[in-house]
Ligand binder design. Structure first.
Ligand SMILES: Cc1cc2nc3c(=O)[nH]c(=O)nc-3n(C[C@H](O)[C@H](O)[C@H](O)COP(=O)(O)OP(=O)(O)OC[C@H]3O[C@@H](n4cnc5c(N)ncnc54)[C@H](O)[C@@H]3O)c2cc1C
Length: 409
């Protein structure tokens, strides 16, 4: 049997290894635009690779039908992943947060070991080759690259070509385009785990300020989600872990032109009255000091003058000049600072892509297309995107493993 795999990322690599280990007699050709395997693995987790998570459930995934992941997670839970890693010589570092990294703390180790395994198994790699079309004739698949070169006589094909996040690593949506020629439909793709643009006029002046906060997302005025974590103010808007996480729920509505706003509570561990009481007593005890100076005792130097501007309070005001209404306005802004989201940092800066090939058209037991026998999908090309924390790579591993088993059946 001859198998073609389009994309030598996490999903394609584990699928090829699993299939070849189960049946040494199959021939596998694995294609990639890049010069080598696993370029996105190398970039992941800032080069450290948050490779998986010990606590993976369907709740960690977003898509038209997140339950689609269940079969793959059942067959390839964290224990199974750990066993696979050991089988290629990779030891893992499990953090208290349930995030998992290679023990070496380097993504390079993961790629080196996967590369060595595919060489040992004699899986054929065809690099610097961009597959742009697939045809099925007389039960055999024919692949065509962008130079019109043809690769013939495949019994099965796996599309594990990922999606658009990080186009600088040669990411494409070719997988969706090819799937469409077989009658598949797809859901609109969008950058996920990405910084968000705001229309705040002071962005340039507060860039670099970082603070733990609660971020609440409002879509068309309705509260949609709430996440606590770091917020980083930037020249374009906001970033930081809480923002990357909330972006997963903000970007799709934004692409539909819905009204998307966030509220930032800069004091997640204090309630409104506590904060009001603290500032009130500070302003009373140091009544002749400038309010702006006193505010730098509780928020960043950069934020204090902006806060007064936003609350329409004269920056020269002394603490004793601030009336009760102005004080309430300061506190309200600190715990419910509203920003309108206007755009995202785009695919170039996104860790993942949402949307993709519709999962209803793929068999969740085998990951085989329901439209074309012998055609399979795995990884990010499908309309599944995971939360931050190793879930995207885990889905790539789990779906690739399941396909690897299906390919040899
Ligand atoms: C900067 C960054 C950091 C990340 N950090 C983490 C992290 O720490 N933890 C985590 O879980 N996830 C992380 N992710 C997400 C994770 O890396 C991906 O979800 C995962 O690698 C997807 O694997 P895949 O095999 O489905 O696709 P990919 O890894 O994208 O592999 C697809 C391959 O197909 C190739 N290809 C595309 N089109 C064609 C074509 N037409 N012909 C031939 N080849 C083609 C591509 O070049 C690519 O090599 C990160 C992503 C980025 C960009």
């Amino acid at each position: 049997m001859r198998i073609a795999i389009i994309g030598a990322g996490a999903a394609g690599l584990i699928a090829s290894i699993t299939a070849k280990r189960l049946d040494k007699n199959i021939d596998i050709d694995m294609f990639d635009i890049n010069k080598g395997v696993g370029k996105k693995i190398l970039a992941s987790g800032n080069g450290r690779c948050n490779i998986s998570n010990t606590n993976v459930t369907k709740q960690n995934f977003i898509g038209e039908n997140p339950s689609f992941v269940e079969k793959a997670l059942e067959q390839f839970n964290f224990k199974a992943f750990e066993k696979f890693c050991k089988s290629i010589g990779l030891l893992l570092d499990i953090k208290d947060t349930s995030k998992v990294y290679p023990l070496s703390n380097e993504a390079k180790s993961v790629v080196t070991l996967l590369e060595s395994t595919i060489q040992t198994l004699k899986i054929n790699t065809i690099f610097e080759t961009k597959i742009i079309d697939i045809k099925k004739e007389a039960n055999k698949f024919l692949l065509i690259d962008e130079t019109s070169k043809k690769y013939k006589e495949y019994d099965k094909v796996l599309i594990s070509s990922g999606l658009s996040a990080a186009p600088q690593l040669n990411s494409t949506e070719d997988g969706i385009n090819i799937a469409q020629t077989f009658g598949h439909s797809s859901n609109i793709t969008y950058p996920s785990l990405v910084g968000l643009h705001t229309d705040f006029e002071y962005n340039n002046r507060i860039q670099g300020v970082k603070k733990e906060a609660i971020v609440t997302l409002y879509i068309d005025g309705q509260k949609e989600n709430e996440i606590q974590g770091d917020v980083l103010f930037t020249k374009y808007g906001v970033s930081g872990f809480a923002i990357l996480d909330i972006s997963q729920y903000a970007v799709y509505p934004l692409s539909l032109c819905q009204d998307v706003q966030i509220s930032i509570n800069l004091f997640p561990n204090k309630n409104r009255n506590e904060l009001l009481g603290s500032i009130e007593s500070l302003f009373k005890s140091l009544a002749n000091e400038k309010a702006q100076i006193l505010l730098t005792g509780i928020i960043s130097n950069k934020l204090a003058p902006i806060l007064l501007d936003v609350c329409k309070i004269n920056k020269e005001s002394k603490a004793k000049d601030i009336n009760a209404k102005q004080l309430r306005s300061i506190v309200n802004t600190l715990i419910n600072w509203r920003f309108k989201i206007t755009n995202t940092q785009g695919f170039k800066h996104a860790e993942a892509s949402g949307g993709g090939v519709r999962t209803d058209e793929v068999d969740s037991n085998t990951y085989e297309s329901k439209k074309c026998k012998g055609l399979y999908f795995a990884g990010e090309v499908l309309d599944i995107v995971g939360n931050r924390g190793g879930y995207n790579l885990h889905f790539a591993w789990a779906s690739g493993y399941l396909v690897g088993k299906s390919l040899v059946k």
